[in-house]
Ligand binder design. Structure first.
Ligand code: MN
Length: 307
């Protein structure tokens, strides 16, 4: 490490490019949020996320005894702006797949949660004969039907569950809240053999991080490749106010970091996306939280055996 400082930071060890153990990619679109009736602003997520990276996280963490300079971190930039939504999704699938095919783990920052189906497609395209498992950490199920034939931030996991390459039994909805989920949509997930772990099942004590670890383990039993999708609105509004749809109840920041670390540390996690950071609603607290999730994910990856 050629950093001429006694305090190297996360930002100091991120290099531009598509090749690295973890590769940042931005999806600066909130068209899908607007179609779903949510408040716009998440298109500014990637840009503000990067500005908070410059203010967060030591590269060599003495508390956890993990040095991020043991892995390579890259920033592949953003999907170009100004595309129609379907073309932005196609471009996202292509870029995310390109990172996976170069051996990196994409960490995709939205933007709206509609990014998660194009991201899942990148994994399914890149690993055609591999059983893929998906965990969606979200207050919502995001299995709404398309609107006028268009994908939106409420539909990515319906598109995934309708994709013949994916088996619903390898899908877990994590920390969903019954006050924000229709019975019909919950039934739809179950009809597809998907699993729902309700927020109330993981809201006591340290249950969330523990349940998340066992959810990863359960999927890893049958799957060789895992995608963890994290919607910031699964975190309570006092910790993450800057999301399109804040919720007073939800995961705590500490749990979000532990889960991000566990996702990074799991040897089968090949893809992570983070959705719905909306800096127009609140920038700093949520921005630091989002970057903290990235930081802990990277620490997890650095702790993988052989990393
Ligand atoms: Mn969502």
């Amino acid at each position: 490490m050629d950093i001429m400082t006694d305090d190297p930071k996360l930002a100091d060890i991120i290099h531009p490019g598509q090749e690295g153990n973890v590769v940042l990619l931005g999806f600066p679109y909130d068209t899908g949020v607007e179609i779903n009736g949510g408040r716009p602003g998440a298109r500014h997520g990637p840009e503000k996320f990067r500005s908070w990276i410059r203010r967060y996280g030591t590269a060599d963490n003495p508390e956890l005894d993990i040095d991020l300079s043991g892995i390579t971190l890259a920033d592949a930039g953003n999907i170009p702006v100004g595309l129609p939504l379907d073309q932005s999704h196609t471009a996202l699938t292509r870029q995310t797949a390109s990172i996976i095919q170069k051996g990196g783990i994409p960490f995709v920052v939205g933007g709206g949660n509609d990014q998660s189906y194009p991201n899942a497609c990148a994994l399914l395209d890149s690993k055609p004969d591999t059983p893929v498992g998906v965990i969606n950490i979200d207050a919502h199920l995001d299995v709404r039907p398309l609107k006028d034939g268009q994908a939106h931030s409420g539909s990515p996991f319906r598109l995934l569950l309708e994709d013949s390459r994916f088996s619903g039994s390898q899908f877990i909805e994590f920390a969903a809240q019954g006050s924000q989920v229709s019975r019909e949509h919950a039934r739809y997930v179950k009809d597809k053999e998907g699993n729902i772990i309700w927020y109330s099942e993981v809201s006591r004590g340290d249950a969330a991080a523990q349940a998340f670890r066992s959810a990863l383990g359960r999927l890893a039993w049958e799957c060789d490749s895992l995608f963890v999708s994290f919607d910031l609105d699964s975190i309570r509004a006092s910790d993450a106010p800057g999301v399109s749809c804040p919720s007073v109840l939800g995961l705590r920041a500490k749990e979000a970091f532990e889960m991000a670390f566990n996702a990074g540390a799991h040897p089968k996690v090949d893809l992570f996306d983070l959705s719905e950071y909306n800096p127009l609603i609140e920038e700093e607290r949520t921005g630091r939280l989002a970057v903290g999730i990235f930081y802990h994910f990277c620490l997890g990856v650095a702790s993988r055996k052989g990393a």
